[in-house]
Design a protein around this ligand. Structure first.
Ligand code: UDX
Length: 433
């Protein structure tokens, strides 16, 4: 199959490279000429484990290429994927669809022969209908079908998620489009991945419902963690005790500082807006959004608590800034709430993150250090915000010697309270009362 991928951001690049690896001919297109030039030279703009090797191999074997010009790729394509950004619209939380609409207009003028237009971008219910209208208006005689095919990729594990997904969701009633989509995902038939065919609106909603449910699950365990602290229970054991019930499942029950990232915060908000507009409000998700926002802001208070409530003139060492490990993504990272709150309470912050380079622009006043030991040196307290593997295996004795006072606030529960206390740390974590 010949595939044109419009948008070479996170989703487009990973999906394009993986489709090429399935054996399809893929052209990844982006308006950003600098980005395309760098990709042509083998430079990957994002940090995603395994992606550089995957891109390199498929380019070398002639199945993957990059272009600023959509014309040839779209004209030849069996399927054109729209994988452009749908950020939160400033101020109101609705998804900004301007890039999606622009992509639809562009595709309309270029298609030749039956073409399947597939939305990979996360788009509100009804966007497929809008795309169909735009294309029909611009190109009344075009032969095409618009399909919804949401992505469920986790950053840091995106290639694995693409190649071994729990399911693939395809929203269309068009039989020719179904055949094209089946062919595109055929390599997954080998491991019997369920392909769920639904109506287009249902497929669009599945994506939001999945993310909202996961955000709700995390928020649930975060609240249980607070209760554990109040009553002297252990949230990790509660999570295990409930997670072994197959109806609940053990995933996404790690209590922490609140969820962040490029999807959960914006998608929960967009779903809340869709539901309000449809006069079917989702009060559970509205509350989830609110609890999570408050939680992220409240985390700095935990650091203040270990220092008797006063951070004036104190030095805080921060380990981890990205919204989760194995990504360089800073979008809606809890650190963006926690660090400024620490500074507002009078603390000086020094930080280290292996990949979160963008933090330098986003967190003014922070001293960025070259490694974890430099970040803890002279600190009155250390806060672990992101659970990078390298922070799980720190030389704790060395760390203690370097710190001014041995206070550790572990917002990801990567250490054991009894062990940390035995080593002479004053240690606080999440939900282990
Ligand atoms: C998510 C969805 O998992 C994916 O299916 C979707 O397509 C895009 O959004 P991603 O944002 O990459 O993926 O990361 P994910 O691993 O889901 O984590 C999101 C946030 O939740 C992170 O801030 C993470 O730290 C937090 N989280 C996750 C928890 O606090 N506890 C958990 O148990 C799991």
């Amino acid at each position: 199959m010949r595939v044109a991928m419009i948008g070479t951001g996170y989703v487009g690049l990973v999906s394009g490279a993986c489709f090429a690896d399935f054996g399809h001919d893929v052209v990844c297109i982006d308006k950003d000429a600098g980005k395309i030039a760098r990709l042509k030279q083998g430079e990957i703009p994002i940090f995603e484990p395994g992606l550089d090797a995957l891109v390199e191999r498929n380019v070398r074997e002639g199945r993957l290429s990059f272009s600023v010009d959509a014309a040839d790729a779209v004209r030849n394509a069996d399927a054109v994927f729209i994988a452009v950004g749908t950020p939160s619209r400033r101020g109101d939380g609705y998804a900004d669809l301007s890039y999606v609409h622009a992509a639809a207009e562009e595709i309309a003028g270029l298609m030749d022969g039956f073409t399947v237009i597939v939305t990979k971008s996360t788009v509100p219910v009804g966007t497929g209908d809008e795309i169909e209208d735009i294309v029909r208006k611009a190109s009344p005689n075009a032969d095409f079908a618009v399909v919804s095919n949401p992505e469920f990729l986790r950053e840091g594990a995106a290639i694995e998620d693409f190649k071994r997904p729990d399911r693939v969701v395809v929203g269309t009633d068009d039989e020719r489009a179904k055949a094209v989509m089946n062919e595109l995902y055929r390599p997954l038939f080998l491991n019997e991945t369920p392909i769920v065919f639904t109506g287009r609106r249902t497929s669009e909603l599945i994506k939001y419902a999945a993310n909202a449910f996961l955000a709700l699950k995390i928020t649930f365990i975060n609240e249980i963690a607070d209760l554990c602290e109040a009553v002297g229970a252990d949230v990790q054991q509660v999570a295990r005790g409930i997670g072994l019930d197959k109806r609940i499942g053990n995933k996404f029950l790690n209590a922490g500082p609140g969820y962040g990232g490029s999807c959960f915060p914006k998608d929960t908000l967009a779903l809340v807006r869709t539901a309000q507009d449809a006069k079917a409000p989702l009060r559970l998700i509205e509350t989830t959004v609110e609890i999570n926002d408050v939680r992220k802001k409240a985390m700095a208070g935990r650091v203040a608590d270990v220092l008797e409530g006063d951070l004036t003139g104190k030095v805080i060492g921060v380990l981890g800034l990205t919204f989760k490990p194995n990504t360089d993504d800073m979008r809606d990272a809890p650190s963006l709430d926690i660090v400024p709150a620490l500074q507002a309470m009078g603390a000086t912050v020094q930080a280290y993150d292996p990949e979160g380079h963008e933090a330098r622009q986003m967190l003014p006043g922070v001293a960025f250090k070259a490694g974890p030991y430099e970040a803890v040196e002279g600190a009155d307290a250390v806060v672990i915000i992101t659970e990078w593997d390298q922070f799980r295996a720190l030389d704790l004795d060395r760390m203690k010697t370097l710190m001014k006072s041995p206070n550790v606030v572990d917002l990801r529960n990567i250490y054991r309270p009894d062990d940390m206390r035995a080593r002479g740390f004053r240690y606080s974590s999440i939900g282990r009362g």
